[in-house]
Write a protein that binds this ligand. Structure first.
Ligand SMILES: Nc1ncnc2c1ncn2[C@@H]1O[C@H](COP(=O)(O)OP(=O)(O)OP(=O)(O)O)[C@@H](O)[C@H]1O
Ligand SMILES: [Mg+2]
Length: 368
């Protein structure tokens, strides 16, 4: 079971440059969270701060009673072993083969025998689809394989928290889709708390339970995936649509003159009809994998928020939930196949029940 990571009032500067200030958020145990933000907003610095590799000037990061910012190095070092980190650049040793790269943390931080290490390394390589590639060195494999090797190495210490820094960068859309599925499957299997930094909107909108966003030195959004996607905040909306129009510019933030010019141009254009917010279905574990235990806890938290959300957001969340339930039904149907011959209604009845809705939010025509 994963552990909760509670960040409170975190502020980090390098000299006169404030990277971000007063960041507070909680990574709920066993849930998957995505952290978004324009390039240079300090996402990598944030990940490194969580494990005490970078020390913020203010604030705390509490993991099971240990403060990763302020506690003595000895305690922080011990606690760090509960984290698995997948680095932005892969961070593989070029002269070591994949087996030795993946075995590295075990040889460095444990007293396990080579036989035990072998069992763990081969199991993790199998998990990420790299069985049989042990002897290759990083220079001989594709970018996608290097990413998966990085994930295997992040997994060898049986981490309770997994931090992935842009696991998708440099991957084609198909490999990115495979990687997203792999991350969800790993979460289903080991129930680790996960934080994924990415620029990929597809990953952000379909993989996590929660989304956070850093912008202009602040955490401008943090909450359940559904509520962040439904948010009408212009920064979040622009980022999730990948649009050049909005407050975010090439150099992270646009100046006031450019924004005013854009606003004037927009005012002269006929307004497009406003479209309903769409929340895509969340990715499900592959057939044969266990259900994700973080999912029901997450649904209960979202239910508690519904009364305080605008009606469009509520109906978007309910539609999104119906879409996720439908995907679950399809997956269950596929699992219980040879049902090629079975009628679709019967296949649906074998689906796991979707998270229950509070009665006040069931509306006519809404499929709970
Ligand atoms: N050790 C350091 N010393 C000084 N400045 C640093 C250090 N590490 C990072 N920075 C600065 O902190 C800022 C945030 O860097 P960071 O790498 O966290 O950005 P990022 O959000 O991960 O960007 P990207 O999306 O491009 O990976 C940058 O301006 C960077 O130059
Ligand atoms: Mg980075």
């Amino acid at each position: 079971m994963g552990i909760e990571v509670a960040v409170e009032g975190l502020t980090k500067s390098f000299g006169a440059q404030t990277i971000w200030r007063d960041v507070s958020l909680t990574l709920p145990a066993g849930e998957v969270t995505v952290l978004l933000g324009p390039s240079g907003t300090g996402k990598t610095v944030f990940l490194k701060s969580l494990i005490g590799l970078i020390k913020p000037e203010e604030g705390t990061v509490r993991v099971d009673g240990v403060d990763m910012v302020n506690d003595p190095d000895r305690r922080v070092f011990r606690e760090r072993k509960r984290f698995g980190l997948m680095f932005q650049d892969g961070a593989m040793f070029g002269s070591l083969n994949l087996y030795d790269n993946i075995a590295f943390p075990l040889r460095e931080h444990t007293r396990k025998t080579e036989a035990e290490i072998r069992r763990i390394v081969l199991e993790k390589m199998d998990t990420v689809g790299l069985a049989g590639e042990e002897k290759k060195v990083p220079g001989q494999i594709s970018g996608g394989m290097r990413k998966r090797a990085g994930l295997a190495r992040a997994l060898v210490m049986d981490p309770e928290v997994i931090l992935c820094d842009e696991p998708d960068s440099g991957l084609d859309p198909v490999r990115t889709a495979h990687l997203s599925q792999l991350l969800i499957d790993v979460n289903a299997r080991i129930d680790a708390t996960m934080l994924i930094v990415t620029h990929n909107i597809e990953i952000a909108s379909t993989v996590p339970d929660n989304i956070g966003m850093l912008y202009r030195r602040d955490l401008v959004a943090f909450g359940p995936r559904e509520t962040v996607i439904a948010s009408d905040d212009p920064v979040i909306a622009q980022f999730l649509r990948g649009s050049p129009e909005g407050p975010i510019g090439m150099s992270e933030e646009k100046d006031a003159a450019l924004l005013a010019e854009e606003a004037a141009r927009a005012a002269n254009r006929p307004r497009p009809p406003s479209r309903p917010i769409e929340i895509p279905a969340q990715l499900r574990p592959s057939p044969g994998e266990p259900e994700r235990s973080g999912e029901l806890r997450h649904a209960a938290r979202v239910d508690a928020m519904l009364p305080n959300l605008p009606p469009e957001a509520v109906s978007a969340i309910l539609r999104g939930r119906a879409a996720t339930a439908e995907a679950a039904a399809a997956a269950a149907a596929a699992r219980s196949a040879p049902a090629a011959a079975a009628p679709p209604r019967a296949a649906h009845s074998t689906a796991p029940a979707p998270p229950p809705l509070p009665p006040e939010f069931k509306s006519p025509g809404e499929n709970p």
